[in-house]
Design a protein around this ligand. Structure first.
Ligand SMILES: Cc1cc2nc3c(=O)[nH]c(=O)nc-3n(C[C@H](O)[C@H](O)[C@H](O)COP(=O)(O)O)c2cc1C
Length: 243
């Protein structure tokens, strides 16, 4: 399998393996980054409290599909429920807020951004989800559906959704503790957050699709991310169901 073993992905997996020797070896020195990100000076939209829904988990697991046909608009209550499902704070240990999705070392390297294309009660635009406040911070008003579809390798359904979500990673949060291996944990965290959102969307009878195919720096540009300290790692589109 020489073509596999000469790939960068394979090299990374080899270099970030843990074994009984390497676990005690020193890791690259990477300074940490703050746990929370807040955009001060932006317009803030307080989200309604998430509903205490009782939807059956196994029903959502059995019926979840990647759905790419949307009728657009979603309600702000649905948006609040979805954001709570993917990164809501559900318990406190001192100052640390533990969330709906697990995170390696409780370091929470992900930030959640969204584009509102058609949502009741919110102007169209690019937002940051402030999970501490359970609010949205408006980064830039505007209709970015076409730009997002283009940035996601011309997948047109992203421009027809009610919202598009983008999870970014603040790499230092995990990599300052775990070194190279931290990158694995970051991507695992993203999978957890996205799956929570997909199952919540299914339980709410919304349509949602995970999206990993995107031009990284074009998605980064939509949320003003530098692509080095913080970069998009996973996206999803969500809208009302056509069927
Ligand atoms: C990491 C990942 C990336 C994906 N990226 C895309 C994507 O860019 N575009 C898309 O239409 N579907 C994407 N999907 C959805 C898959 O195509 C879908 O999960 C697969 O076809 C199985 O169908 P199901 O989700 O309905 O069970 C992605 C799924 C995963 C897990």
């Amino acid at each position: 399998m020489p073509e596999l073993t000469s790939s960068q992905g394979w090299s990374y997996l080899q270099q970030s393996k843990l074994d009984r020797g390497s676990i005690f070896r020193s890791r690259p020195k990477i300074s940490p980054a703050p746990l929370y990100k807040t955009y001060s000076g932006t317009s803030r939209y307080e989200l309604p409290r998430p509903r205490n829904l009782q939807a059956p988990l196994f029903k959502a697991l059995a019926s979840r599909r990647s759905r790419r046909d949307y009728t657009g608009r979603i309600a702000i209550q649905e948006l609040a429920d979805l954001l709570w499902a993917c990164q809501g704070i559900t318990a406190r240990v001192g100052k640390l807020g533990l969330r709906t999705a697990p995170s390696a070392g409780a370091l929470y390297p992900l930030e959640t951004y969204l584009l509102v294309l058609e949502a009741e009660g919110l102007p169209k635009g690019a937002y940051h989800f402030n999970c501490e406040e359970f609010s949205l911070e408006l980064l830039q008003e505007g209709d970015f559906g076409k730009d997002m579809a283009g940035a996601c390798i011309n997948q047109q359904f992203l421009g027809q959704a009610g919202i598009d979500v983008c999870w970014s990673a603040v790499f230092r949060r995990s990599m300052s503790k775990y070194g190279h291996r931290g990158m694995r944990y970051i991507l695992m965290d993203a999978g957890h957050a996205c799956q929570n959102l997909l199952l919540a969307a299914e339980a709410l009878r919304l349509a949602a699709c995970p999206v990993g195919a995107f031009f990284d720096d074009e998605v980064n540009a939509l949320f003003n991310l530098d692509g080095e300290e913080e970069s998009a790692v996973y996206c999803a589109s969500i809208g009302s169901r056509a069927d």
